[in-house]
Design a protein around this ligand. Sequence first.
Ligand code: C2O
Ligand code: CU
Length: 466
Amino acid sequence: MPATRRQFLGLTAAAGLSLLTGCSGRGPSAAGPSTAGALRLTAAPMRVDLAGHAVPTWGYGTVPGPEIRLRAGETLRVQLANELPEDTTVHWHGLTPPNGMDGVPGITQDPVAPGEGFSYEFETPVAGSFMYHAHVGMQLDRGLYGPLVVEPRTEELAYDSEYTLMLDDWRDGLDDHAGHGAESSAGHGAEDRAGDDPDPVDAVSFGGRSYPLLLVNGRPPEDAPVLTARPGDRLRLRVMNIAADTGFRFAVAGHRLTVTHADGMPVEPVTVDALRLGMGERYDVLVDAAQPGGVWQVGVQPEGRGGWGRALLRYTGSEASTAPAVAERPAELDGRLVSYEQLVAREPLPLPAGAPDRSYDLTLSGTQIGGQSYPDADPLVVSDGDWVRFTMRNTSAKWHPMHLHGHHFQVLTASGRGPVKDTVTVPSRGGEVTFDFLATNPGRWLFHCHNHHHMEDGMLRLVEYE
Ligand code: C2O
Ligand code: CU
């Protein structure tokens, strides 16, 4: 492994983010290893620096929260402290913990009241790029999220350095951000009801509410995070969409992306120009720094709405002053996009021969799944050991990224070895996606749209073991 690749740092706070925060004025992290060997995560009101404006919000000390890193087979130990004025929990997005550690209030645990805490502790056998976030109302939308990387016991990929990039939409720009959580969890009126129609027929739209700012690692385009590379370096990027209401396209000007993992799970490498990420989705890509130098736009384009997010790829020795303008759009954004159909799982699920034990056909319409809205919805019942198939057909005008807790599923593609994921985007107006999973993790699990407004409006079903 190349010498500059960061050594494994164990379960320490901010390990990965330190790569990016060297050039920011961010304050110290609220998290740090405690004497008991647990990481402490404190959810609290805070201010986030958005291009020189100190905006009040809620977070885990920084936005994103500290990157949690551990190695496959280790035990995640996180002590959550709630210093918010309302209940909270932490959900481990993409991990498959025992049900009681999944962080869903009222379903898998009691909500953690203000001033209280909760200890999360479970083994993480599977490597990958994951996220953690609050799972109460719209708390995630304020900044209560962070990256979680489980490194494999032996890394097969060779690369020189790696960066985690969390893409977010920020609702209220620079004014009065503190008010928005209350407003959005209290009920979303006209904008939501209208949310299902106004786009032209061909537009890709995941949401439609007003989110004037797009952030990469908590930073607006004027204060973009900088990835550095020497000519010839190979970078690994872990790109994660944690936005509440925005799907993104992602590309690096002058460079191509070799996709190696979808939602943290390995795929046969495929080289594309751009990624499309629904909310909750992640891709790991390798980028060869094959240009002689310069500063290149890492473009983050919201689907179906205006504005830009970005990072910068800067070759060592190149002047920061040659950075492209904020709105300079990488042509690669219009190139070949990653699709599930071209992805082939390197470690497919061990599905038996024959037919699934249970199949559910679930039409997505408005914010209903299979004609029902939570809480007035029947559980989707499975039995321990079942091979379960969900087929989703989206008749609405929005693209819906559907996320299953507690399990990985395999997307059904022509190859028969589609990518293993935990979140899958179903295109609007007749789009269809089918996935299979093995019911091997008993409990009550959420299956929901990762547009958090849709989820709050009831786009959620429980998967229950009988
Ligand atoms: Cu990332 Cu139930 O969510
Ligand atoms: Cu949705």
